[in-house]
Design a protein around this ligand. Structure first.
Ligand code: GN1
Ligand code: MG
Length: 402
């Protein structure tokens, strides 16, 4: 079984300084490009749709000749973050067609459905304009998403659905997907990027971030833990979603069931627990990702336990016992790693994540680190819950590590 760390070797490393500037475009720009996609009817309306830190997103409404009104979601792809757009869109096309086939054929996975790409009139997966590449999805109607988790049941359902998503992709050959952002999931590499940003100190912010920097430096061992386990063959590379924020899941408005996983940008080879870790980072957070008041930050243990149960229900049959045992570690590691990325971007002058205020990325990093500290305080309980589930047979895993 190929190890993800090995798969990463044949791609060039990221330049040490990511040359990315967030960019914004308007509904007028979107209006000019949406006609190039294979959509029937008259355009009634187009408006901005605020989501994510990377792309610009719009929703359009169209009326067909037969009177039926339909909506579509358009994204101006940030090609400074995703420099290999053909590979990105090839991954998404592979994933959506695999899921559409699976969901079309297997009654047991209902009511899940796949995102649906709308081709260009020329038949491509995306449109190249002078300014940027664009893509279009069918808008998934009758659903809603949540920026914050409102209940244990919601957390359980989200984790079940993201776990199932991973299990549903287990039948797709990892090698059909490219790692579109090199070493995206590698914590040691993220630490190197942070160290580069500290050494360069491009905007003179290092002196104001000493506490955050030493917080990371004291956790070097954690940074290496998963990659060394993978190098030792503890678990295989898998296709992961890579951005399992609660608001990347659409819930049926009426039943409350999760029905569609969105934002497939980082769906690529990685380590399965990344998805679980990112779920905990976002969904079990006591405050929003960029809360300036750190007194509110931390991890809700009740929500964490619901996430463990839901994730094991969705993906348990797929996971090795080594993976299950590492769930609590993954929560800490992914939260630390995303914090390192925010901190590195703050130190490099906010070139990657969109920011809306001064020190926005620093605030984001601080919330992640406060959460890591809180997880460290609750580590015993986090581990006990997972052990209890594994020994109670709540996990159908337990195969020897492959
Ligand atoms: C970015 O797509 P969006 O904005 O949800 C980022 C993720 C981070 C996340 C933190 C391609 O996701 O990796 O975890 O922000 N995506 C990319 O909120 O870097
Ligand atoms: Mg994303």
């Amino acid at each position: 079984m190929a190890c993800w760390a090995e798969l990463a070797f044949d791609v060039p490393p990221l330049p040490s300084r990511v040359r990315t500037l967030a960019h914004h475009s308007s509904p007028d720009v979107a209006r000019a490009v949406v006609g190039a996609f294979a959509i029937d009817g008259d355009l009634l309306e187009i408006r901005s749709f605020d989501r994510g830190h990377i792309h610009d997103t719009f929703v359009s409404t169209w009326r067909r000749a037969d009177g039926v009104v339909r909506r579509y979601l358009h994204q101006r792809i940030n090609d400074r973050v995703f420099t290999d757009v053909p590979a990105l869109m090839n991954n998404i096309a592979n994933v959506t067609s695999h899921l559409a086939t699976r969901y079309g054929a297997a009654a047991e996975v209902a009511p899940m459905r796949s995102l649906e790409l709308v081709p260009t009139r020329a038949g491509g997966h995306y449109l190249v304009t002078e300014d940027a590449p664009w893509r279009t999805y069918v808008f998934v109607e009758g659903t809603r998403s949540f920026d914050r988790c409102d209940s244990r049941e919601r957390a359980h359902e989200a984790a079940r659905a993201f776990g199932q998503f991973q299990a549903d992709l287990a039948g797709l050959d990892v090698r059909r997907l490219r790692e579109t952002i090199p070493r995206f999931f590698s914590s040691p590499y993220r630490l190197l990027q942070l160290e580069d940003a500290i050494a360069a100190d491009l905007v003179g912010r290092v002196k104001h971030a000493r506490a955050e920097i030493s917080f990371v430096q004291m956790r070097r061992q954690l940074v290496d833990a998963v990659e060394s386990a993978m190098r030792g063959g503890a678990f295989p590379a898998r296709i992961v979603h890579g951005d399992t924020k609660l608001n990347n899941l659409l819930f049926d408005e009426r039943s409350g069931r999760a029905v569609c996983v969105v934002d497939l940008d980082t769906c690529m080879p990685g380590w399965s627990l990344y998805d679980f870790g990112d779920l905990v980072r976002f969904t079990a957070a006591r405050c929003k990702e960029d809360e300036p008041d750190l007194a509110q930050a931390g991890m809700d243990l009740e929500l964490y336990t619901a996430l463990v149960d839901g994730y094991l229900e969705g993906a348990g049959a797929l996971l090795t016992s080594a993976e299950v045992a590492m769930l609590p570690l993954a929560a800490r590691l992914v939260t630390l790693t995303v914090g390192m990325r925010f901190l590195a971007d703050h130190l490099a002058g906010d070139r990657y994540f969109k920011v809306a205020r001064e020190n926005h990325n620093l605030d984001r990093a601080r919330v992640q680190f406060a959460m890591v500290s809180d997880m460290e305080r609750q580590l015993g309980s986090m581990e006990r819950w997972v052990r209890g589930r594994a020994s109670a047979g709540g996990v159908t895993a337990g195969r020897a590590a492959e």
